[in-house]
Design a protein around this ligand. Structure first.
Ligand code: GSH
Length: 193
């Protein structure tokens, strides 16, 4: 198979794609784009990612940007090992639902947490939105009985929130979900503060 080139910085949203690549042992080449040194705005990298952001991947001559799109692309490419729900099934709808929730609804609220003036609002909004999603969580895994990439995705996101002080402590079922999956997913987690 063509090699995957992963453009990443360990202190970035590339944690999402890196953890998936690690957990599922997907062969890839890592290229560190140091955003603190501004390498993401170099003319060469801007040819890869038009906004100079990470992550991005290159596969079979094509560049794919946006961590959510990369995640779904990998989910299709490695469907068997990731236990990706088949298209047109209710489980596939659950995958889309969580992806759009995490990227479209939750993340903008979490971003408030990076500004000391809006941090409290960010924390409250993250708790409120996750509390709502708790009614849609089947357990013990996101899809119910079966472990899938969705568990890796949710674990990674919540671990990131925990690191930046946005995880809603004590909120079930997420508190138990994190504890239960720590041993299995934790070692693959690529997260640096
Ligand atoms: N929606 C994009 C956001 C990517 C993004 O903003 N990445 C940040 C790091 S977390 C970045 O590269 N920032 C550098 C910059 O914008 O200059 C995704 O999920 O891939």
């Amino acid at each position: 198979m063509t090699e995957i080139i992963h453009y990443q910085d360990p202190q970035s949203r590339a944690v999402r794609t890196q953890t998936l690549l690690n957990f599922y042992e997907i062969p890839h080449q890592n290229v560190h784009i140091d955003i603190r040194k501004g390498e993401n705005k170099s003319p060469d990298y801007l040819k890869i990612h038009p906004h100079g952001r990470v992550p991005a991947i290159q596969f079979d001559g094509q560049v794919i940007i946006e961590s959510g799109a990369i995640t779904l692309f990998l989910a299709d490419l490695f469907a068997e090992r990731m236990n990706t729900p088949k298209e047109g099934t209710p489980e596939r709808a659950v995958l889309y639902e969580w992806m759009f929730f995490l990227h479209g609804s939750l993340e903008p609220q979490a971003m408030l947490g990076f500004n000391p003036e809006t941090k409290a609002k960010g924390q409250a909004e993250v708790r409120r939105l996750l509390k709502g999603m708790s009614t849609r969580f089947k357990g013990p895994h996101v899809l119910g009985a079966e472990f899938s990439l969705l568990d890796v995705i949710l674990y990674t996101e919540l671990a990131w929130y925990r690191m930046i002080g946005l995880f809603p402590d004590g909120l079930e079922p997420f508190e138990s979900f994190m504890k239960e999956h720590e041993k299995r997913i934790g070692p693959a987690l690529s997260l640096r503060g």
